[in-house]
Design a binder for this molecule. Structure first.
Ligand code: ATP
Ligand code: MG
Length: 429
């Protein structure tokens, strides 16, 4: 017997019973982004490996150990994208759409791939909705990104379950000075650091700040503080952002240890975190990356963005039971027809109704069946109404109209009047 085929660990099917919630979530975000004036961009999911090494940074977790990298038939090293920013920057540069200071407000959606240890809220193929803004360098746009997500949490009914953490990493100059001071301090306490942090001290010292190790955390208590190293420009930017969040009434917590995993951030960094999902608590994360475009070979171009994890947010909606009732019902009306003539008439009638009510969710019974079996299927479909076409109805050119939920007697409706009648009793999305 051959071994049965299975999906790759950490790569999930999203089953039909789950897709309505995904589509509700994705639709809500897409509508919001449209309304704020963002345009969608679609990039390939495979890029040259070099792109990610150059943008994300060689010594980050992602590049060091999480990428799905392979050689294609030409011998090129390719990688399944672990995140969207690199490809988005590559795309805007390649097409010259940020040249001459052109502002771009872009968003994307799709699968990302990281070879991590699969667990609740952490997968090897996962999905993000991400957003990037180019050529706006003030704190007003940083604020807009956060305000937009705040509105999203409100619309989804999960605002009370998330918390905004905020930090500023400063310009690359001020971060450079801070890094020096931090390395000097940590080197003096080298023996008290955990092994991972000792390694990071050499490769990516800011990452030591978000260690989970208690001994290292104790050492960090007296470490130099990033806030003391911010230059005037970074400080003004950060104050500008906070003033705007205050004006809109968005609460935040300053977290001086928030550094984010990737190399390319500068000034603003933020995370929306929750305590409802266990260990995988970050649902949306982002920040400013003013040096990235230049680092990737473009003209100096400011950038700011974020990405949210769809799996984690869908999990939140489920955990907090914020699933709108209307998404669980996918059929409005179910048409049952008995006998061949009725089936033919039913098909034609259904198409006429669909012409007039393009948003009606009308399901026509397939596979014939007895009165009892078709009714069972109509009921199971979740439809509000059944339409019935039998010999009697055919003779009178009417259709039986039967409410399936709640009260109401069956009535007969003339074929010509059916669409108008349905329009009055089914609320169409
Ligand atoms: P984490 O600290 O949880 O590993 P990250 O900093 O690596 O997150 P980002 O690269 O900032 O994550 O990605 C943005 C968002 O994408 C995260 O906040 C999270 O919601 C989601 N995400 C990241 N990695 C995964 C994963 N392996 N599985 C599911 N969602 C993920
Ligand atoms: Mg990660």
């Amino acid at each position: 017997m051959s071994k049965s085929l299975q999906a790759i660990r950490g790569m999930n099917d999203i089953l039909p019973e789950q897709t309505p919630l995904w589509r509700y979530f994705e639709g809500t975000v897409a509508r919001l982004l449209d309304n704020y004036g963002y345009k969608q961009i679609r990039m390939p999911i495979v890029e040259f490996t070099e792109l990610f090494k150059r943008s994300i940074g060689e010594v980050t977790d992602i590049v060091e150990k999480e990428m799905y990298t392979f050689e294609d038939r030409n011998g090129d090293s390719l990688t399944l994208r672990p995140e969207g920013t690199a490809a988005c920057v590559r795309a805007v540069l390649e097409h010259g759409i940020t040249g001459g200071g052109q502002v771009q407000k872009l968003w994307y959606i799709g699968p990302m791939f990281r070879h991590e240890r699969p667990q609740k809220g952490r997968y090897r193929q996962f999905h993000q909705i991400g957003l990037e803004v180019f050529n706006l360098d003030g704190p007003d746009i940083d604020a807009e990104l956060i305000i937009m997500t705040w509105r999203l949490w409100g619309e989804l009914g999960i605002r009370d379950a998330v918390k905004l953490e905020l930090n500023s990493l400063g310009t690359s100059e001020s971060r450079g000075r801070y890094r020096e001071a931090l390395v000097e301090y940590l080197s003096a306490h080298h023996d008290k650091l955990d092994e991972d942090s000792q390694r990071r001290l050499k490769t990516n010292p800011l990452r030591v700040l978000d260690t989970k190790n208690a001994d290292t955390q104790a050492v960090l208590v007296d470490a130099p503080k990033m806030a003391d190293y911010l230059d005037d420009e970074s400080r003004a930017h950060f104050e500008g952002l906070k003033a705007r969040l205050d004006a809109v009434g968005i609460p935040y917590v300053l977290n001086p240890k928030l550094v984010r995993g990737l190399d390319y951030y500068s000034k603003t960094v933020f995370e929306w975190v929750t305590d409802k999902l266990g260990a995988q608590g970050t649902v949306c994360a982002g920040g400013r990356y003013d040096g990235l475009v230049e680092q990737m070979g473009g003209k100096p171009t400011s950038g700011v963005g974020f990405a949210m994890g769809i799996e984690r947010l869908v999990l939140m909606l489920e955990t907090l039971e914020q699933i709108p009732e209307e998404i669980s019902r996918q059929v409005d009306v179910y048409l049952c027809a008995f006998g061949e003539q009725a089936e033919l008439a039913g098909l034609a009638l259904a198409e006429r109704v669909r012409d007039q009510l393009p948003n009606l969710r009308l399901q026509v019974n397939a596979g014939a069946g007895s009165f009892k079996s078709q009714f069972k299927k109509a009921d199971k479909s979740g439809a509000l109404y059944a339409l019935i076409l039998g010999d009697d109805e055919m003779a009178q050119q009417v259709v039986g109209f039967k409410p399936l939920r709640g009260q109401g007697e069956q009535q007969s409706i003339a074929w010509d009047a059916l669409a108008a009648h349905l329009a009055t009793c089914v609320v169409q999305g």
